[in-house]
Design a protein around this ligand. Structure first.
Ligand SMILES: C[S@@+](CC[C@H](N)C(=O)[O-])C[C@H]1O[C@@H](n2cnc3c(N)ncnc32)[C@H](O)[C@@H]1O
Length: 234
């Protein structure tokens, strides 16, 4: 169904196909979890129509794939949307925060997911994974917490374990170079606003495509201004 909608997007006006896609995610999510507020995270219908759905659409557009890595997976909400849609694929999430990983495992277990796995790891050192072992590497609102040196390592590592395709939901600012430190309005401390074309220069031959996500459901003004889908092909 999602694939058909994505095909349709190429032949009907974007606003119509966007509305259809949004309805698809809301229905899909409601079927999965019901409409009640999730214990962790945002209410289901809101999540389905949010920026995360944009990331998931880009992932769905990359099908076929057998395995997907999410760097900085948090509670595993991205895979909550993707795993049921692609039951034959295997989804691995890593996060540096052991507590979040534990919660992600718990939520996956309560939803009886069998094709997801969560591990504690640092994006800047993915030694436990072999070269080229993922078809796709994704990340959502996580790489902005890495300073320029650690981001360079995380990108090299993502490129090493992935087979040439990286898709990130991140903040992008033209001319910001490898990263401008920001403390604004974030309880998790500092984060980095960067120009993703500059950041991706550590990956020789990378082709970078940056698309603004014009989604009124972003949770903060900063994301409304700078939130982008960054697609890197190697
Ligand atoms: C804002 S949360 C986003 C979580 C998830 N991607 C989502 O969209 O719900 C950022 C996450 O990045 C993780 N993180 C920060 N630095 C990391 C690192 N060096 N390696 C792996 N995960 C990291 C944090 O622990 C946190 O779970």
């Amino acid at each position: 169904m999602l694939r058909a909608l994505l095909q349709l997007r190429r032949v009907i006006p974007e606003s119509t196909s966007d509305a259809l896609l949004r309805r698809f995610w809301v229905r899909h999510w409601s079927r999965e979890r019901g409409r009640e507020t999730l214990k962790l995270g945002r209410p289901a219908p809101e999540l389905a129509g949010s920026e995360r759905a944009v990331l998931c659409e880009a992932v769905a557009d990359s099908y076929p794939f057998l395995n997907v890595l999410e760097v900085g997976c948090g509670f595993g909400q991205t895979f909550d949307l993707l795993a049921p849609l692609f039951p034959k694929a295997h989804f691995v999430g890593i996060d540096i925060d052991a507590e979040r990983v534990e919660q992600a495992r718990g939520l996956a277990e309560s939803a009886a997911r069998t094709n997801v796995e969560f591990r504690v790891a640092d994006a800047a050192g993915l030694d436990e994974f072999a070269d080229d072992c993922f078809d796709l590497v994704v990340s959502s609102a996580s790489l902005l917490f890495l300073d320029p040196a650690r981001l360079a390592s995380a990108l090299r590592e993502s490129a090493r374990v992935g087979r040439g395709r990286l898709i990130f939901l991140e903040q992008h600012k033209e001319g910001a170079g490898l990263g401008q430190r920001s403390f604004e309005n974030d309880t998790r401390g500092e984060y980095w606003i960067r120009d993703w074309r500059s950041a991706a220069e550590v990956l020789p031959g990378a082709v970078v495509n940056i698309r603004k996500v014009p989604n009124p459901l972003w949770t903060t003004e900063r994301w409304q201004d700078l939130g982008c889908l960054v697609e890197i092909s190697l």
